[in-house]
Design a protein around this ligand. Structure first.
Ligand code: SF4
Length: 326
């Protein structure tokens, strides 16, 4: 393992079998198809792509919610493929998960105190005093003060931004080293998106957290992460440091994405405008060669539509899977 690498994802594939009439196999949806990357302790990585590109499946596989079809995830030097059921449970407890829909993520019948106490109780923090201390710290970190005002509230009594703060507080209350955050601000009002992202960034720096920030919204990544990884059709098509990526987007798909992202101000963040050239590919029956070739205006006939491009190095730590860089 490289020095301070917390997570290694190696040739990861997560496929789902599709069945007709419930029993006749018609193939596999290749939601994550041969994905590899590393994440260092304390690093923030954005994973971007259109809906259906495999980014949420990637997140859920890393979280241990889906078993990989093949490949490996190595966390803190240990392969999760070798974990027993008990170890998988312990592994999940070491990761924080922030979902897209805060209201759906919070049990409506529990007040804030109970919501935050739940993971502590499940993971063996029995002392009431210790629970109160950790709950108070989590709420204070999320700027939900005075703490006593929020403890008796139920989710429906909170705004969308406050609900998402509770989800984040719950994700970090056990002191994880890694938080996986799946579209954490996409369902919030534009006015609170930047506030929540800045808060997450502060926590990430203060606690030296590794964070995977999954988003379809390119305009917010520069405010959150150091590194970016772009997915298309279940594969990584480009990865590199955020500033280098924004200054020098190399893959034709990421160039189209950046052109389609009209407003860089996250207050006005919108979903990707339509990338020209049609729809993203079916993951059940993806096109041969480069998966972007049916939409790509630089397509090289006989090469791009036949052979899958490997990763080509553009600059140090910056690569793109495109035959233009062979
Ligand atoms: Fe376009 Fe070919 Fe590059 Fe794919 S490999 S993005 S089709 S130029």
């Amino acid at each position: 393992m490289q020095n301070n690498v917390l997570l290694e994802v190696n040739n990861l594939k997560t496929y789902f079998e599709m069945k007709k009439w419930g029993f006749v196999s018609i193939g596999h949806v290749r939601a994550v198809d041969n994905v590899s990357f590393n994440l260092k302790q304390g690093e923030a990585l954005s994973v971007v792509g259109e809906s259906g590109c495999g980014k949420t499946t990637l997140a859920r596989t890393i979280l241990g919610l889906y078993r990989p079809t093949s490949g490996d995830i190595v966390y803190d030097g240990k392969s999760i493929n070798e974990f027993s059921k008990g170890e998988i449970k312990a592994y999940r407890a070491q990761l924080g998960y922030v979902q897209q829909d805060p209201y759906g993520a919070l049990p409506p019948f529990m007040d804030v105190r109970r919501i935050l106490a739940e993971p502590l109780i499940i993971n063996g923090v029995k002392s009431r005093q210790e629970q109160e201390k950790l709950i108070e710290r989590a709420l204070t970190d999320l700027k939900m003060t005075p703490v006593e005002d929020f403890l008796p509230k139920f989710p429906h009594m909170l705004s969308g931004g406050q609900q998402q703060r509770i989800v984040i507080a719950r994700a970090k209350i056990l002191g994880p080293k890694l938080i996986v955050s799946d579209e954490p601000v996409s369902m919030l009002d534009a006015s609170v998106r930047i506030e929540i992202l800045q808060l997450m960034r502060q926590l990430q720096e203060e606690y030296d957290l590794a964070v995977i920030y999954i988003t379809h919204d390119l305009s917010t990544v520069r405010y959150f992460s150091e590194r970016i990884l772009v997915m298309y059709g279940g594969k990584i098509v480009e990865q590199g440091p955020v500033q280098e990526f924004l200054d020098n987007p190399s893959h034709p798909y990421t160039q189209a994405l950046l052109e389609a992202t009209s407003d860089p101000d996250p207050k006005n963040a919108e979903t990707f405008k339509k990338v020209p050239g049609g729809e993203p590919p079916s993951l059940l029956n993806p096109p041969p060669g480069c998966r972007f070739h049916p939409r790509c205006s630089y397509m090289i006939e006989g090469l791009c539509n036949r052979e899958e491009p490997p990763d080509f190095i553009i600059k140090e730590n910056h690569s793109a899977a495109c035959w233009l860089y062979r």
